[in-house]
Ligand binder design. Structure first.
Ligand code: SF4
Length: 243
C-alpha cells in the first residue's frame, strides 16, 4: 500500500481518546479492527512481528478484508521458521505483509559497527534494525495497530485499547490488550491459523534468532529474549514517561 505524504490528521483530544477506549474495551477484535479501519484507513498500518497475536490480527484483517497496511520489521536476523511463516500467511490469505528493512544489511552493519553488534550493544542494534525503520514507516500514517497484550510486561499492564502513542506521535490501537495467551492459542486452534512452530518448542516469545533462546517450564515467557541481560524489550512498544 502506498502512503500519501499529506500532513498527519489532528491529534484526537484526551477526552476523545478516553471515550473511544472505554467504548471499545472488551469488544471483539473484529469490532475493534473494523472501527480502526473506518476511522483511519488508508493511513493506518499494522505491525506484525509474527508472534501468535500477530497471526490472530492477520487472520481478522484478511477475513474482513480490512484496508489496513500490513508490515513487518525484517531485521535480516529472523528465524528460518519465521520467514517460512511469513510466506505461509501471505499464501493462505492472499495478501502482502510489507518488509520494512534497515538502511544496512547485516553484513554492511558489521563493517560499520563491528561484527555481531547484538552481542556488544543490543540497544544500538535494535535502534538501527528496528527503531529507525519503524519511525520512518509510521511517519506518514495517523494510526498503527499493535498485537501487544497487557499481561506481557509491566509496561503494558495499563495499555488502553486506543490511546495516544507519544513515542511516535500517532494513535495506537491495541485490539488484543485484554486477551491472555490461552485466548490467543484458542483462537488460532479454532480458526486453524498458521503460527510459528517454535512456539511449540519452548519459545513463547520470538524475536531475532541471535537474541532469542528457549524458555524452561515456569520461567517468565520473555526470559528467553536477550537472555542474561536486563533488556527485555526492543523498545518498539515502550512508552515515554511523559506520554
Ligand atoms: S533483537 Fe537482537 S539482533 Fe534483533 S535488532 Fe535487536 S539486538 Fe539486533
Amino acid at each position: 500500500m502506498s502512503m500519501d505524504v499529506t500532513p498527519r490528521a489532528a491529534r484526537p483530544d484526551r477526552e476523545q481518546l478516553a471515550e473511544w477506549a472505554a467504548t471499545l474495551e472488551g469488544k471483539p477484535v473484529e469490532q475493534i479492527l473494523q472501527w480502526a479501519a473506518e476511522q483511519y484507513a488508508p493511513r493506518i498500518s499494522l505491525a506484525c512481528g509474527f508472534g501468535m497475536e500477530g497471526c490472530v490480527l492477520i487472520d481478522v484483517v484478511a477475513r474482513l478484508s480490512l484496508p489496513i497496511d500490513l508490515f513487518t520489521l525484517d531485521t535480516g536476523l529472523l528465524f528460518p521458521e519465521t520467514y517460512a511463516l511469513w510466506s505461509q500467511l501471505e499464501a493462505k490469505y492472499g495478501l502482502t505483509i510489507r518488509a520494512v528493512r534497515p538502511e544496512r544489511t547485516v553484513e554492511q552493519q558489521a563493517v560499520v559497527e563491528g561484527p555481531a553488534l547484538w552481542t556488544v550493544d543490543p540497544d544500538r542494534c535494535c535502534e538501527l534494525r528496528k527503531m529507525q525503520p519503524l519511525r520512518q514507516t509510521l511517519a506518514p500514517v495517523d494510526a498503527w495497530v499493535s498485537a501487544v497484550r497487557r499481561d506481557q510486561t509491566p509496561d503494558r499492564a495499563d495499555l488502553p485499547v486506543v490511546g495516544w502513542d507519544g513515542r511516535y506521535g500517532l494513535v495506537k490501537v491495541n485490539p488484543l490488550v485484554t486477551w491472555t495467551s490461552e485466548d490467543v492459542r484458542a483462537y488460532l486452534k479454532t480458526r486453524d491459523v498458521p503460527y510459528n512452530p517454535l512456539h511449540d518448542r519452548g519459545y513463547p516469545s520470538i524475536g531475532c534468532a541471535p537474541c532469542t533462546t528457549p524458555v524452561a517450564p515456569g520461567e517468565d515467557p520473555r526470559s528467553g529474549r536477550w537472555r542474561g541481560r536486563e533488556k527485555k524489550e526492543c523498545g518498539l512498544h515502550l512508552r515515554p514517561r511523559t506520554a
